[in-house]
Design a protein around this ligand. Sequence first.
Ligand code: SF4
Ligand code: SF4
Length: 249
Amino acid sequence: MQPIERISIDLSNNCSKACDFCYNGSSPVGQTLWLPNDVIKLVSDCAQNGTKAVSLGGGEPFEYDGLFEIVETIKSLVYVSITSNGIPLLNENTFEKLRKNKPNLLHFTIHNPADSEEIRRTLYLFRKTTRAGIRTGLNFLVSASEIEASRKLVEKLFKMGLNDQQIIFIPRKFSQQPTPEQVAYVAGKEKFQSTYCLSSCMPSPRFCSISWDKKVNFCSYSPSKVPLEGLTYNAIANALQTIIFKKCE
Ligand code: SF4
Ligand code: SF4
């Protein structure tokens, strides 16, 4: 088995935005099973075993108590990225805590190009975090029913000065899944950043997703998750070896 270089951890399935397409079913009454010390212990052991990067998501990570304690501790061990809908950062206290505990990378999600309020808020926060010295990017969800609106928004983002390195195009799953050609059209370029499995189901090597309920898999969307039996790199590796991988559907 290849070394696990990148790990994604869903800190909870609690999120006030409660999108109906959320892959981990997050809601305002979602649960939190991870304690900050659990995350720190696991990441510390993984870093000692060669893991280079950890991304923190959810649920909404900025609604998770203990996020900044985790970032402050693990940042010296691994490259830390956070994916957020941005909404909690409209609170100045939360933003100040972020300013004091900066991750290496922060990505805001854009879910609906037709939602002017979401776009206005996300771009406002994008500028604010960039000014605060935080490397910031966008996860742009591409839905099959919103191809033209998505294309127009991407043109606007490039005109504003965003570049290819700052936008990752995420194809929406299931009934709204775009074709690879539609994602390329939205991106407006032959080369663009997207998920590893854009053209066929192919779990990313050297990667592990750990869900809010402490189950591991090669991909966040795949249903073939198995429980994590300990807070160690070896526990992750052992669990991954038992997986019979299934495609999301
Ligand atoms: S904002 Fe993200 S985490 Fe929250 S419900 Fe929507 S998709 Fe899920
Ligand atoms: S299960 Fe396969 S197709 Fe679905 S997201 Fe994962 S790698 Fe991609």
